[in-house]
Write a new protein. Sequence first.
Length: 335
Amino acid sequence: MNQNKCFTINDRLILTVESASHLASSDLNGYSDPFVDIILNKYLERRTKIIKKNLNPIWNDTFVFYYMVNEKGPVTLDFEIYDWDRFTRNDFLGRATLALNPETTERGKSYSVELPLKDAKSGSLKIRYKVECYEPNKVLSTPEVPSLWPVTDFKFVTDQPFSQFFRPCIPKEFVLVSGDTYPCKEESFNTVFMNPQSGDVISITYHHMGPHVSFVEAEKKLMDEYLKSLKDGALKSPNGMFEIICRDEDVTHNFSKCPFTQAFESRCLTTSAGQHVICVCLTCGYACRVLINYVWISHGFILPESKYSTLLQVATRSEVQADSSNIEEPPTILP
């Protein structure tokens, strides 16, 4: 029996959705076009392919979940089966749930389970899974602020229309690749920078909150929309993936002097152009009713500490104009 009381960031869940049997017919032809939605811990979602005209579909689709930490107890896998419809809403065919207990799940051992469907006329779902532990040196970067900055040169962006009221401070090796043509101080806009050598991307969204919206409300709405766009894009790919690692974590206490009053951090793993990437978002609220989302996007499943610390520098060095005065003294970060 495994003695671990919880799964760690080194654990990976390898799940195969094998097949279903005796599904209910939903179409007029007496068949269904079933697919399965998989939800890990209520929000990490994947989807199988669609099997046309079949009540006993065989998928054999394998998924890897790279983040399965759940401090509140066992990891929960929810399966929802639907009949795909081209022009109308997909019909629900049944659901099943499986709880993975870290104390009874052996690392590296394969388990096969047949789950009876709930809320369904008939049917069952067959899956296979195992949990593997990856090397300790491949853990995800923690959201702690480093005590020392890497040796990186920065530059202010001063030649763009938004430079009159917002001056991003980015590493010198990054170049501007896209941005709104006519940004307005009282509205929202996005600008994107890329490192041509590494392919890393820094995406910055400037958003004016208005007089009656709190930072928490504005941050949640912005992140809801941003993460949904990433998820929708990822799930369009044949092997697309999307996993939220953390959301809306208050990291304001990590900063001493800074130009913003609040800072929340969110992280996710997703798919872009067929490749797996990690996105780390630092969303900052300013006294002048401006919210800015600084995002570092990098290939792979891990954001190195040097890149994370550089993102923090981008956020703390960038200047937001409040009325007629800019930030006067550079911010510092607690060691």
